[in-house]
Design a protein. Sequence first.
Length: 376
Amino acid sequence: MAEAKKLTGAGLRGQSAGSTALCTVGKSGSGLTYRGYDIHELAEKSTFEEVAYLLLKGKLPNQAELTAYIEKIKSLRQLPDALKTVLEQIPKDAHPMDVMRTGCSMLGNLETEASFADEQDMADRLLAVFPSIICYWYRFSHDDVRIETVTDDDSVGGHFLHLLRGEKPSELHAKVMNVSLILYAEHEFNASTFTARVCASTLSDLHSCITGAIGSLRGPLHGGANEAAMDMIEQWSSADEAEAEVLGMLARKDKIMGFGHAIYSTSDPRNGIIKEWSKKLSDDVGDTVLYSVSERVEAVMWREKKLFCNADFFHASAYHFMDIPTKLFTPIFVCSRLTGWAAHVFEQRANNRIIRPSADYTGPEPRNVTPIESRT
Ligand SMILES: CC(=O)SCCNC(=O)CCNC(=O)[C@H](O)C(C)(C)COP(=O)(O)OP(=O)(O)OC[C@H]1O[C@@H](n2cnc3c(N)ncnc32)[C@H](O)[C@@H]1OP(=O)(O)O
Ligand SMILES: O=C([O-])CC(=O)C(=O)O
């Protein structure tokens, strides 16, 4: 079993910033559990809707609970007209993560969380409506159509692909989306979740917590890495070219997106799972380049730096094989991680003290204000 990583230094690394019953990350080096369930078993045996229920409501649902939950989510997929109007103003070249951030924030104006007693309903609404927000904007700005955002798809992943393409996805694509959303759902005190918890600790509303979290997930060192990885690997037309380019990047001390992790030491357990699905999709589309490029980058990074693929790297090729536009990769992450974020907000609220760390001061000693006419 892998050793847990030695965690010290800047970025609050290794410091406990609170407690959680939701998730363990890298406890024994490479493991990941949601409320005690191993990620491999969840990805194999459950649906994303069961995992969402587990995170938000505290237990795996029985069949009756799951059926009722799916029906509830399906009934909440419509967008208010005022939100459609806002989405229609956002230009085609906007970043879709900015669209998600604005969509969530606007919804907070229209359906404000009046009381924390409403938090479960608020989270369920966001879970139902996030695919509608991003796909409505995407189809309006790119294809000039105003789509109907209610479909009869039971799964969030199938619904997303249906809205994006205007037709039900294949069984394989719906399955991959299901696994992907499970893998991305929750990850302890990562940067975006911590953002949500800090916001929650001021007793702010759920939409503010989630809007802030979306902003943190957007960056390429966090969720934005799946897009950045895709931008990198699609430049290369063979595994040999990829190897030469990666060696050059490493020599220049460039960051290779989709590699490394703040907590895991030798592997990210989500990688093996999504990699397997990426391979199936590669075979499905008859790809001869992108998967072998990805595998070579993985081998070179391990050989040269002992750096491993994180959850984002093989998500890039998997989404690409499903013909999902690269700029929608990170918004899909949002549609999933919303469940983890909201569960952390609930947990923070249930045992709250405002999060307010201290800083080590490195500025000047106390001094007097020089009159403005004497300043240089
Ligand atoms: C879903 C997610 O959010 S997963 C993370 C997605 N982000 C990425 O894929 C971006 C690329 N990766 C990174 O930037 C980093 O690995 C992070 C941000 C994920 C973690 O950062 P840290 O905790 O600071 O990394 P860590 O302490 O393990 O770094 C050790 C060394 O490896 C280097 N390193 C880490 N990741 C990479 C990488 N992807 N490419 C090149 N070098 C790297 C670091 O620069 C550091 O070198 P140094 O000691 O000479 O400064
Ligand atoms: O835990 C982290 O720092 C980043 C990560 O992998 C995630 O949020 O899924």
